[in-house]
Design a protein around this ligand. Structure first.
Ligand SMILES: NC(=O)c1ccc[n+]([C@@H]2O[C@H](COP(=O)([O-])OP(=O)(O)OC[C@H]3O[C@@H](n4cnc5c(N)ncnc54)[C@H](OP(=O)(O)O)[C@@H]3O)[C@@H](O)[C@H]2O)c1
Length: 254
C-alpha cells in the first residue's frame, strides 16, 4: 500500500525490545506510522503482535545494523513500499567492554563496540537519507549516551567519571561527532532535515546483560522516563532543534 506524504513515517532500529519497543509503542499511539526494525524478524513480529493486543498496528522490517546487506535490503523495502521516511530513530546499540582498561582493551572488542554504535548507525543513516530527503521535513534522532560525553567523563561530580567502558564510550562519542557533522551538512545544504543526539539516562532495560530489576536496584529509571526526550523530539514538528545533545532533564554536555 502506498502511503500519502502527509503521514509521519518513522523507522526505529532495535525496535523489538527495551527502549526501542517503548518508542515504537508511544509513537504509534500518537498516530505515527511506525516501522519496527529488528535484526531478528521473528522477534520483531512477536513485538508487533504484542503491540497489536493493545490496539496498535505497526510494520516490521528485518534490519541488522551491522550487516550492510540487511541495511540495503531494508532501505529497498521502504523505498518500494513507501517512497519516503519522516523520522529515523537510530536506537540499536550494545556494549561489549566492561571495565577493561584503556591500556589493554582489545581492538577486537573495540571493533564490536564501534560496529553497532558507530558504523551501523552511519550505514543506516546514509542508506535512509534518500528517503528522508523525499519527506517534506524529516529528522534523525541518534540514541547516544551520557557515557559518550568527555565533559562528564572529566567531571568528578558525574556518575560517568567512574565508568570504564572505553569502546562503548568512544563509539558513542564518535556517533555524537557524526551527529554534529551531519546536522551542519543538512543545514548548509538547506535541507529540512534535523539531526540530534539523545542521552536516555540510566534506564531499566536488559542493556549490558542485566535484568531490568537489577538495573532498577542500581538506580536506573523506568523506560518511559528514558524515552521521554526522544518522543518529544520525534513529535516536535517545529523542527528547530538541530545538532543538540539532550536528555529528559535538559541539555547534556558533549
Ligand atoms: N539502558 C540504558 O541505561 C542506556 C543508557 C544510555 C544509552 N542507552 C542506549 O539506548 C539504546 C537502547 O538501549 P536499551 O537499553 O533499550 O537496550 P536493550 O534493551 O539491550 O535493546 C537493544 C536493542 O538493540 C537491538 N540490537 C542489538 N544488536 C543489533 C544489531 N546488530 N542490529 C539491530 N538491532 C540490534 C537489540 O535486538 P536483539 O533483541 O536482537 O538483541 C534490541 O532490540 C542503545 O543505543 C543504548 O546504547 C541505553
Amino acid at each position: 500500500m502506498t502511503q500519502t506524504n502527509n503521514e509521519t513515517l518513522t523507522l526505529v532500529t532495535g525496535g523489538n525490545r527495551g527502549m526501542g519497543l517503548e518508542i515504537v509503542r508511544e509513537l504509534a499511539a500518537k498516530g505515527q506510522h511506525v516501522i519496527l526494525g529488528s535484526r531478528n524478524l521473528v522477534k520483531g513480529q512477536q513485538a508487533a503482535d504484542q503491540l497489536a493486543t493493545d490496539g496498535l498496528s505497526v510494520d516490521v522490517v528485518e534490519l541488522d545494523v551491522t550487516n550492510p546487506d540487511s541495511v540495503t535490503q531494508a532501505a529497498k523495502q521502504l523505498t518500494d513500499k513507501f517512497g519516503y521516511l519522516s523520522v529515523l530513530i537510530n536506537n540499536a546499540g550494545a556494549v561489549f567492554d566492561f571495565g577493561q582498561k584503556a591500556s589493554d582493551v582489545s581492538v577486537d572488542t573495540l571493533q564490536k563496540d564501534f560496529g553497532i554504535n558507530y558504523f551501523g548507525l552511519i550505514d543506516v543513516t546514509q542508506k535512509m537519507l534518500p528517503l528522508l530527503k523525499k519527506a517534506p521535513q524529516a529528522k534523525i534522532i541518534n540514541i547516544s549516551s551520557m557515557m559518550g560525553s568527555k565533559t562528564e567523563a572529566l567531571n568528578p561530580e558525574s556518575v560517568v567519571y567512574q565508568a570504564v567502558a572505553v569502546g562503548y564510550q568512544s563509539a558513542k562519542a564518535a556517533a555524537n561527532m557524526f551527529t554534529v557533522q551531519l546536522a551542519k551538512e543538512m543545514q548548509r545544504d538547506q535541507l529540512n532535515i534535523t539531526v540530534n543526539a539523545i542521552d536516555p539516562g540510566m534506564v531499566a532495560t536488559e542493556f549490558g546483560g542485566a535484568t531490568p530489576e537489577q538495573a532498577k536496584s542500581m538506580g536506573a529509571q523506568p523506560i518511559t522516563h528514558g524515552v521521554a526526550r526522544t518522543i518529544e523530539l520525534a513529535t516536535d514538528w517545529n523542527n528547530k532543534d538541530n545538532a543538540t545533545f539532550s536528555n529528559t532533564e535538559g541539555p547534556v554536555a558533549w
